[in-house]
Design a protein around this ligand. Sequence first.
Ligand SMILES: Nc1ncnc2c1ncn2[C@@H]1O[C@H](COP(=O)(O)OP(=O)(O)OP(=O)(O)O)[C@@H](O)[C@H]1O
Ligand SMILES: [Mg+2]
Length: 443
Amino acid sequence: MLEFWWRPLLALGAIALAALILSVDQAPGTGWAWFSAGLLAYLAYHLSRLRKLTDWLGRGEGDPPEGSGLWGETFYRLYKLLRGRQVAQRKVSADLERMLEAARNLPDGVIMLDEDNRILWFNDAAARLLGFNPDRDIGQFLPYLLRNSRFVDWLMHDGHGQDMNMETPGTPPGNLTLKLVKLPRAQKMLLAHDTTELIRVEAMRRDFIANVSHELRTPITVIVGFLEAFDDMPDPDPVEFRKHIPLMREQSDRIRRLVDDLLTLARLESEPEPREETVDMAALARRLADEAETMSQGRQRVTLRLDSHARLIGNGQELYSALANLVTNAVRYTPADGRITLRWGNGDNGTMVFAVTDTGEGIEARHIPRLTERFYRVDRGRSRATGGTGLGLAIVKHVLQRHQARLRIDSTVGKGSTFTAVFPAERIVPETDVDAAPPPAAP
Ligand SMILES: Nc1ncnc2c1ncn2[C@@H]1O[C@H](COP(=O)(O)OP(=O)(O)OP(=O)(O)O)[C@@H](O)[C@H]1O
Ligand SMILES: [Mg+2]
């Protein structure tokens, strides 16, 4: 420190000494005049440094001005202080930007409100879920934008201490859960969570349970009805009892089939990946064609077209149960004298297809997208009469999805339908590679 402080003193001493030497043999007062002139020059020097300092501070950037001694030290320390501040400020700005970026990209909608419920800020999800426009709606009174009386009441009463469910204001229709969080200075944060998928799944679960219960109740009612009737008879006639056994057996079979299908679906959902093997699809197709003949009992003409002997990497048991359903459906929904064709061959872009074509009643286009829904049947009564539960195509879809395959349905009412399982090229073992592949699984 001393080093910087003694320089001004030395300068003052030098001015005084110079004034003293210059005033030797001169008129009295000359020394003071020289001393004053020296002091003025010294002051001018310091003013020029001060000027440089203020210019530099005004610019707020660049290297500090040149300076030595006390000024050099002052410039250096100020420079260090400013640099430190700038670095800290840049870090705070970067942190803030990162947080804003994260808030902007949150999957949930976030809306900041002032004490008068005017919008201060909202993120992209809020814009999407509530249909807000950042160029138009910042600063708007929120109840003007969301004119739902229940929402306005909820907002004005600080959320009544609970979350609120409402439908999304825009299209497509959806559902939201809103949460209000109080912030300091009477500001609020409104959080909007998209519950559309959750509510859809919940509705599906309810429908599913209702459907299962309904499907089970009918056959159980029939069986219980017979049992009660016989139980009420003081002396039941065994011949009479026997007459009803076929119907009771049919209803029990129906319950068993339903439970089997439900268990299959549950297993497909709970097992993450199918156990894989090389499936001999040609052999599987032959077996399915034989079974179709047996089921058909000569009512329809069954043809098998084997355009390829390529094999498939997949689970033989799952593939059999899925493709057997397509074949059963063809037999079930094709009238006598109809034709059913099974084909294993090449599809587009390196895919392989297993297609079941029938000349049956066909399906109206509006039903096609819904056929793979659980329990969906075009003609409920008819399907039930033929023993269908409406779970078959749901199982097919699941099995195919597990093999990265898809189901294509082409149908013309009155002419017939083709159900095609399209398998991706990655699962195919081409005929030329068949010898090199591990031994195929028996389908
Ligand atoms: N080949 C087809 N021709 C005409 N309609 C069909 C055909 N395949 C399926 N369908 C229609 O699609 C519905 C759903 O078929 P799905 O296989 O899921 O159920 P199901 O055959 O009724 O019963 P399940 O297969 O569970 O025994 C059937 O009820 C029927 O209305
Ligand atoms: Mg079926």
